[in-house]
Ligand binder design. Structure first.
Ligand SMILES: *Cc1c(COP(=O)(O)O)cnc(C)c1O
Length: 400
């Protein structure tokens, strides 16, 4: 066998037969149609129901009529539409930040945020449970001086900051001193716990470091009107790099970085992800402008999301489910054993509830769970139905 045939054979052996995501045949909402059957949707990041909100749909349709669909070129050439600029200005206002830059996704925003500022000889300090896109961004920037601190452990973070005291005084090959960046997820998406951002900011000040937060699960969820984790902790202007996604609560797709005017301008001129890849489409951008507008106008949907989340957690606890330490609407139902979680999810689906199992390597071995994602689209009746199916399956599988 030649090398290429062997290569394809190896790949064929590595793929698991039948491992494909379920296919959704309806719009995103409280219910999804899967294999022609209606299932309660307990596993989307569409926190506020914006993915099929009539106002977003209308904004997208109207914009298509006026501007077409595609941006035609990278933003740095002729692909910056007036809608992109409006979205960036409105997002900056919404976040109470000086400026914002919109890119194609939260993942891309993290790559841009880190790669543009840091190189091989700079220093990054990262929470051990940070999202894959932060890990990939650090790899892409080829940062050699990478330090990991224990999850949310400020003692450990300070220990690292002391450890690097000598290193940071050693000039790089360009004679500049290395930059130190502390980076954390805002909301940790598997457990729903929050980064201790005020303490991180205080340590960054004490030790002269830059700070970055990835607020993917906090945008549209935390803070006044869903302005995110920086607003939640009242730290406006104190976190250098605030990365958000437009693909979760904002219901469309895209990502953005907000911060000081000169920093955002630097990204606009230097970020490879911005310079060498086309920006958001017309309907995406128009729908997102409307999403920001709805959030500015009213906190009704954010309040409803939290009411639903609190109700869900209370009811799960009353049935003696272990829902972990979440401080956000993310509601993990802890099951421990991976196979139990897989079987639990399959039985939920049979009974009309779609909620996916989360297992290794997304969470440590022995900490498998079903992650329940409530949204503002759910009614009390929807939640009650979901909870009753969880109860039924738990009794069947004897896990309570
Ligand atoms: C979902 C997520 C991302 C990626 O965002 P996309 O817009 O889907 O690319 C990045 N970071 C965190 C913490 C996330 O949860």
């Amino acid at each position: 066998m030649n090398q290429i045939s062997a290569f394809y054979q190896k790949i064929d052996e590595a793929i698991k037969p039948g491992k494909r995501p379920l296919v959704v045949e309806s719009a995103q909402g409280a219910y999804l149609t899967i294999e022609s059957k209606k299932k309660l949707n307990f596993c989307s990041n569409n926190y506020l129901g914006f993915a099929s909100n009539p106002r977003l749909k209308k904004a997208a349709t109207d914009a298509i009529k006026k501007y077409g669909v595609g941006p035609g070129a990278v933003r740095a050439l002729s692909g910056t539409n007036t809608l992109h600029i409006a979205l960036e200005e409105n997002l900056a206002k919404f976040k109470k930040a000086e400026a914002a830059l919109v890119v194609q996704g939260g993942y891309i925003a993290n790559l841009a945020a880190i790669q543009t500022l840091l190189g091989k000889e700079d220093i990054v300090i990262s929470d051990e449970l940070n999202h894959a896109s932060i890990i990939d961004a650090i790899r892409l920037a080829q940062i050699k001086n990478k330090y990991i601190y224990k999850h949310r452990d400020m003692g450990d973070l300070e220990k690292v900051l002391n450890e690097i005291k000598e290193l940071r005084k050693t000039p790089k090959s360009d004679n500049e001193l290395p930059i130190v960046l502390i980076v954390t997820d805002g909301v940790f998406s598997m457990d729903g716990d929050l980064a201790p951002l005020p303490e991180i900011v205080a340590l960054a000040k004490k030790y002269d470091a830059l700070t970055m937060v990835d607020d993917a699960h906090g945008e549209g969820v935390l803070g006044d009107h869903g302005r995110g984790i920086v607003d939640h902790f009242n730290l406006h202007g104190e976190v250098d790099i605030d990365v958000g996604t437009l693909s979760k609560a904002f219901g469309v797709m895209g990502g953005f970085i907000s911060g000081k005017r000169e920093l955002i301008e630097y990204y606009r001129q230097k970020a490879r992800q911005f310079l060498f890849s086309t920006g958001l489409t017309v309907p995406d951008t128009a729908a997102l402008i409307e999403a920001v507008k709805i959030l500015e106008e009213s906190d009704k949907l954010v309040k409803k999301l939290w009411n639903n989340a609190n109700y869900l957690k209370r009811r799960f606890k009353a049935l003696s489910f272990d829902t972990g330490e979440s401080e956000t609407p993310i509601t993990p139902v802890m099951l421990g054993d991976e196979n139990v979680a897989i079987e639990f999810s399959a039985k939920l689906l049979e009974n009309g509830v779609f909620a996916t199992p989360i297992k290794f390597p997304m969470v440590p071995k022995g900490k498998a769970r079903i992650r329940v994602m409530p949204s503002a689209s759910h009614s009390k009746k929807d939640l009650d139905f979901g909870i009753s199916v969880f109860h039924k399956v738990a009794k069947q599988l004897k896990v309570l």
